[in-house]
Write a protein that binds this ligand. Structure first.
Ligand SMILES: *Cc1c(COP(=O)(O)O)cnc(C)c1O
Length: 496
């Protein structure tokens, strides 16, 4: 199977090439030329398999240029070796009646981003080897918290890669900082930037855009790359858990093979929910995909009206991983719905120039046949966390709570009785201040470790290993740099 640009430029490339390039030459995103389809037999064959085996079957439909052995090694390195704190990797948990939570945060950094960022580095390293590319890929990341740690852990010790993460010195939580500063690995660097997240991000962009610096790096055998969510290798791993959850529901006796289910997804960059769209297109019996947003509800408006308009106030919310005004992966959806790269290119350039675009009636209708949408503000999110706990004894994080409430509103509105799987994207321990406050606890004056302990008294799940060890783990990084000197930090890291 080959991959093409959503904007029509360039010629089709192999999966390995698409993964190494990240972005297509014309600025578009890589999409599979055709979406593979599966039948009931295929789903049936997943039932008795581990998550890793399910992943291998689904991924091999897309990475047709990879050998079975290569896919096997990638998947085992990502999800095997007890890296996840549960054998099922992503459990589907029944919470209340027809509502299930798909827990995506049992990975090494307790972040949903682990699902993709454990596997992407394996794909990259294997692709470099396959293509005979001798360059070393240097991953540059600016992070406001979670992604940096998940990327560090995914890339650590992966052959032919190096990773350097910049974070705003005062812009991350105590636990997030410790997660990064204790990072092990022979190919990692972590640098605090004297500035805010935008400074760190702008610095990284400048390094990417500095042509002569990149030429100099190329001469020394280095090629810069990013781990952001537009890479096909980051999206593909996410298709797997939609199938896996469906298979688990059958195994739990909750549905029969062929029954439809709904998925509600807390959404930021539109990657997670887009993976659900691929699963549906492949033939997974999905009734509806429900897109949940916080107060930054640009996607809710788009899915209701067909107008995407980023010219609006930006809110900092208690579900920060969804604080996004440009959802890059939407471009892939528009391409698959229209099959018209010219149209997609025109909308994307309008977005770039005017900050908004409106799709035609037929496109909107086709999208609305698959997607629904809803949003929730912070106060209602806090209420929702308390309600789930009071009713079901389940402690949900802020992102999960947004999706939970949007799902309940959807079911009430439609009167549907279809089972609802809600994607749970963060461990409550990662957002313990908001969660404890929602549960009526007074957190003033307590440090983050005290909050972890307090939450552990309420929550059924213990404190994840990766967080518990931070209290005593040795600090391995300590570099700080001025925001104008980030490039020099990269050069120092590469010894050039
Ligand atoms: C990244 C993230 C999301 C949003 O996922 P997208 O793929 O960007 O839509 C939701 N919740 C959490 C906790 C995340 O880290």
């Amino acid at each position: 199977m080959e991959y093409i640009s959503t904007r029509g430029g360039g010629s089709p490339v192999s999966a390995a090439r698409a993964i190494i390039k990240g972005l297509a030459t014309d600025g578009g995103l890589f999409v599979p030329q055709t979406i593979p389809s599966i039948d009931k037999e295929f789903i049936h064959s997943l039932l008795n398999l581990s998550y890793q085996e399910r992943a291998k079957k689904i991924i091999s439909l897309y990475l047709t240029d990879f050998t079975a052995q290569e896919i096997n090694d990638c998947v085992e390195n990502a999800y095997g070796h007890n890296k996840f704190d549960t054998d099922s990797v992503v459990p589907t948990v029944q919470v209340e009646g027809n509502n299930y939570l798909l827990e995506l945060w049992h990975g090494p950094t307790s972040a949903f981003k682990d699902m993709a960022l454990q596997l992407l580095p394996q794909f990259i390293s294997t692709s470099l080897k396959k293509l005979g590319d001798k360059n070393e890929l240097v991953i540059l990341v600016a992070t406001s918290g979670d992604t940096g740690k998940a990327a560090l852990d995914g890339f650590k010790n992966v052959p032919q890669t190096k990773i350097i993460v910049f974070y705003p010195q005062k812009g991350v939580s105590q636990i997030q900082r410790l997660q990064m500063l204790t990072q092990e690995g022979n190919n990692v660097a972590v640098v605090a930037v004297k500035g805010n997240f935008d400074d760190a991000q702008n610095g990284v962009k400048q390094i990417f855009n500095d042509v002569s610096y990149n030429e100099m790096l190329a001469q020394k055998g280095f090629q810069l790359s990013s781990a952001n969510s537009i890479n096909w290798g980051r999206l593909l791993p996410q298709i797997v858990y939609y199938f896996s959850s469906y298979a688990d529901l059958i195994n739990m006796g909750k549905i029969a093979l062929g029954d439809k289910v709904n998925f509600t997804v807390p959404t930021g960059n539109f990657g997670d929910i887009l993976a659900g769209f691929y699963a549906k297109c492949m033939g997974l019996p999905v009734n509806r995909l429900i897109c949940a947003s916080n107060a930054n509800n640009v996607l809710t408006d788009f899915l209701m009206t067909g107008t995407y308009d980023r010219n609006r106030e930006f809110f900092k919310t208690i579900s920060p991983s969804m604080d996004i005004l440009i959802s890059s992966n939407l471009e892939r959806l528009l391409y698959h719905i229209t099959n018209d790269s010219e149209k997609v290119g025109a909308w994307m350039s309008k977005l770039q120039q005017e900050g908004k675009y409106t799709v035609d009636e037929a496109t909107l209708k086709a999208i609305q046949e698959i997607f629904s949408a809803g949003c929730l503000n912070d106060a209602d999110t806090m209420d929702c966390i308390r309600n789930i706990y009071d009713k079901d004894g389940y402690v949900a994080d802020t992102h999960t709570a947004v999706a939970w409430q949007v799902a309940q509103d959807y079911t009430k509105r439609t009167g549907e009785t279809v089972p609802m799987v809600i994607l749970s994207t963060a461990s409550p321990y990662k957002f313990n201040d908001s969660v404890l406050t929602a549960l009526g606890k007074d957190i003033t004056g307590k440090d983050e470790f005290a909050l972890l302990d307090e939450l552990a008294q309420i929550n059924k799940d213990p404190i994840p290993q990766g967080l518990a060890r931070l209290k005593t783990a040795p600090i391995l990084h300590g570099k700080v740099c001025e925001k104008q000197k980030m490039q020099r930090s990269v050069s120092e890291f590469l010894n050039i």
